[in-house]
Design a protein around this ligand. Structure first.
Ligand code: AP5
Length: 214
C-alpha cells in the first residue's frame, strides 16, 4: 500500500515514517529531507529552496512537484510513504497526474491529529543528527550522551534552523492556510484517515499499522 502522511509541523510524520521503513520495509519520500539534503550539498535545487525553508514558508508548488516527479520515477515498485507532500491543493492535483503517468495509486492519506499547544514543545525540543538524520527530543527521546547520536555515534546532533520559535510560527501559519484544506480534499477522494498523534510513539505506530498493513 502507498500512503500520504500529512499534518501540522511536529505532528510526528518523520518519526512514524522511520518506523514504517524499519518495520514495514516501505520507501520514504520526505520533501523536507530532500530539500535539506540539496541545501547541504548546495545544489541548484537546494539554493532555490533555501530562502523558503529557512524562513518557514512553503517552497513554490512547481519546484516541489518536479522534484517528486523525479523521485517517483526512480522508485522501482516498492510501497512508499509520501511525507510532507502534497502540502497544498494544487500539489495534490498535480500528484494525481503524476500517479496516473507512472501507473501508481495512493490508497490512504493519513492525517495526524495533534493539538496546536503540543506542537511547539515538540518542535523546539527536537534535535536531529546531521550525519544520519536520526530524530531526538530533549525531553521525550533524549540521546544517551548529550549531542551524540545513538544511531551513528556522530557528535553532530543539533537543532534544525527552522525549529526556532519565530520560524515555527510561520510554518504553523503556512500549515493553517495551505495544508489544512487538504483534509477536505482527501475526504472527497475517499482516501482520508485520521489517527491520534498523541501518546507514546509505539501506540501511534500501532494505529498507523492497522491502517497501512491491516
Ligand atoms: P518538513 O521537513 O516536511 O517539516 P514539517 O512538515 O514542518 O514537519 P516536521 O519535520 O517539522 O515534523 P514531523 O511531523 O516530521 O515531526 P517529527 O516526527 O520530526 O518541511 C520543512 C520545510 O521544507 C517546510 O517548512 C517547507 O519550507 C519545505 N517543504 C517541504 N515539503 C514541502 C512541500 N510539499 N511544499 C512546499 N514546501 C515544502 O517529530 C517532531 C518532534 O516530536 C521530534 O523531536 C520527535 O522526537 C517528537 N515526537 C514525535 N512523535 C512523538 C510522540 N508520539 N510523543 C512525543 N514526542 C514525539
Amino acid at each position: 500500500m502507498n500512503v500520504i502522511l500529512f499534518g501540522p509541523p511536529g505532528a510526528g510524520k518523520g518519526t512514524q515514517s522511520a518506523l514504517m521503513v524499519e518495520k514495514l520495509g516501505m520507501a520514504h519520500i520526505s520533501t523536507g529531507d530532500l530539500f535539506r539534503e540539496n541545501m547541504k550539498n548546495e545544489t541548484p535545487l537546494g539554493k532555490k529552496a533555501k530562502e523558503y525553508v529557512d524562513s518557514g514558508a512553503l517552497v513554490p508548488d512547481q519546484v516541489v512537484i518536479d522534484m517528486v516527479d523525479d523521485v517517483l520515477q526512480k522508485l522501482g515498485g516498492k510501497s512508499f510513504i509520501l511525507d510532507g507532500f502534497p502540502r497544498t491543493v494544487p500539489q495534490a492535483e498535480a500528484l494525481e497526474a503524476l500517479l496516473k503517468k507512472n501507473s501508481m495509486n495512493i490508497e490512504k492519506a493519513v492525517f495526524f491529529e495533534v493539538p496546536q499547544n503540543i506542537l511547539l514543545g515538540r518542535l523546539t525540543g527536537r534535535r536531529v543528527c546531521k550525519n544520519c538524520g536520526a530524530t531526538y527530543h530533549i525531553e521525550f527521546k533524549p540521546t544517551a550522551k548529550e549531542g551524540v547520536c545513538d544511531s551513528c555515534g556522530s557528535d553532530q546532533v543539533v537543532q534544525r534552523k527552522d525549529d526556532s520559535e519565530d520560524v515555527i510560527q510561520t510554518r504553523l501559519d503556512a500549515y493553517d492556510k495551505s495544508t489544512a484544506p487538504l483534509k477536505e480534499y482527501f475526504q472527497k477522494t475517499g482516501q482520508f484517515v485520521s489517527i491520534d498523534g498523541l501518546g507514546e510513539t509505539d501506540k501511534v505506530f500501532s494505529e498507523i499499522k492497522s491502517v497501512v498493513a491491516p
